[in-house]
Unconditional design. Structure first.
Length: 424
């Protein structure tokens, strides 16, 4: 199986797909799958742009809307995770994962799927210690604080991934696992990214949660993005002879290293995206403690037995099959002939894919539940202990540029997509 891996998409689907089609032609090969490591920017219309954490002058439609509307169809099956520059309102509709557009699949805030017999897991967002142990309290339309926290990784989603026991072949995270630079040529990295050196020396560059998942899951391949550079590392897991090949990639710009083709041993195709039995069982087991306020999850409150969940899911999959529920549009798409979107709604839309999945698992729909106004109407940073690892920053304005005019602007973009951070 030949898999293309892309770093930060930033909504530039047209150029990424055209590059891959060109590679297929000149190298006389076939690409089976595209993986994207975040900042995908699945922006359907102008209203979605209001949920993307970038300054207004950088809010552009780019090209995803063409694939959402059906004007274009992705030429390769595409699987992506979220980063810190996303249409967060749309990704929240698909919290459990689902088709963002035909042939383009979002793994969810955390998720595992199968592509053929290759098992692919992922964690969306970036690590920030201030929000890590909180629940998913943000709801669209997001206020100025929510739009800067909705994409922060939560312990609940990481805990679910930590329950995975069967081997994962490929794992995706947006930010790098903390300490990954120890396993690669970090001195070469800081030659062209000198502002990383202090964080590397202080061991604050990267995600603590991703590092814990790397240690637990030990996948043969781990791909990331976020820091807008290419970096490779080889992680040895103890004396067991297990290794993880880590690769981070850049964003889609001319002359940048944003794509890599890897060959994975697999059964012969054709290949399709299927639900993963173990992951559905984990989802069913822990959905009763889904934290929807600022309070974190009570992991001891999960009453269902994992083996029972597994057998129940297996029986259900035998009945309906493992293909994800079909894509369905939920809002009006961008119309380039009009100056503004004809849709005035900015609240939550129930995605029929999500509803169908929850009905299949016999779980309640919780994504629009307010629960006593969510206890707070702003980001609860003062209620959370500070941490010294990556992601613990002071509050402030997060407006940043998202182009690469110079290294300082690139640095500002890397750090959580904001200037509140001080440092990562």
């Amino acid at each position: 199986m030949r898999i293309a891996v892309e770093g930060c998409m930033h909504g530039d689907l047209d150029n990424v797909y055209s590059t891959l089609l060109y590679l297929e032609k000149v190298e006389n090969t076939k690409i089976d799958l595209l993986l994207c490591c975040g900042d995908f920017q699945a922006v359907r219309n102008e209203k979605d742009l209001e949920s993307v954490n970038v300054p207004p002058k950088y809010r552009t439609m780019n090209s995803f809307w063409k694939y959402y509307s059906g004007e274009k169809v992705a030429p390769f099956p595409t699987i992506f995770i979220g980063g810190n520059h996303e249409a967060s309102n749309y990704l929240w509709e698909l919290y459990y994962g689902g088709w963002a557009a035909p042939n383009i699949y979002f793994l969810g805030f955390a998720g595992v799927v199968k592509f053929g017999n290759v098992r692919i897991g992922g964690l969306s967002g970036i690590y920030n210690a201030r929000h890590y142990r909180l629940g998913h309290y943000e709801r669209p339309p997001y206020n100025e604080s929510d739009i800067r926290s909705i994409y922060h990784v939560r312990e609940y989603d990481v805990h679910k991934l930590m329950q995975v026991e069967e081997p994962i072949d490929i794992f995706l995270s947006h930010d790098w696992p903390l300490g990954i630079t120890d396993c690669g040529n970090w001195k070469e990295l800081v030659r062209y990214k000198p502002f990383f050196e202090k964080e590397i020396q202080e061991r604050t560059l990267g995600s603590k949660a991703a590092a814990e998942l790397l240690e637990k899951l030990k996948p043969p391949y781990w791909f990331s993005a976020h820091l807008h550079c290419k970096f490779a590392a080889l992680v040895q897991h103890g004396e067991e002879g297990q290794f993880t090949k880590f690769l981070a990639l850049d964003k889609c710009l001319p002359g940048r290293k944003f794509l890599q083709i890897v060959e994975i041993e697999s059964e012969p195709g054709p290949y399709e995206i299927h639900y993963d039995e173990e992951w559905l069982a984990i989802t069913r087991r822990f959905n009763s403690i889904f934290p929807l306020t600022t309070r974190g999850a009570n992991f001891g409150g999960a009453q269902l037995d994992m083996n029972d969940c597994r057998q129940w899911v297996r029986s259900r999959l035998q009945t309906i099959g493992a293909k994800p529920f079909e894509f369905v549009r939920t809002v009006a798409c961008h119309d380039p002939s009009q100056s503004v979107s004809n849709s005035s709604c900015t609240g939550h839309f129930r995605n029929r894919q999500t509803e169908a999945l929850l009905q299949f698992l016999e779980l309640p729909y919780l994504l629009d539940k307010t629960l006593e106004s969510r206890e707070l109407t702003h980001s609860p940073v003062l209620s959370t202990p500070r941490d010294t690892v990556a992601g613990s920053f002071d509050d402030g304005n997060e407006e940043i540029p998202i182009d690469d005019i110079d290294e300082m602007e690139d640095l500002a973009e890397v750090y959580d997509g904001d200037t509140e951070n001080g440092k990562q």
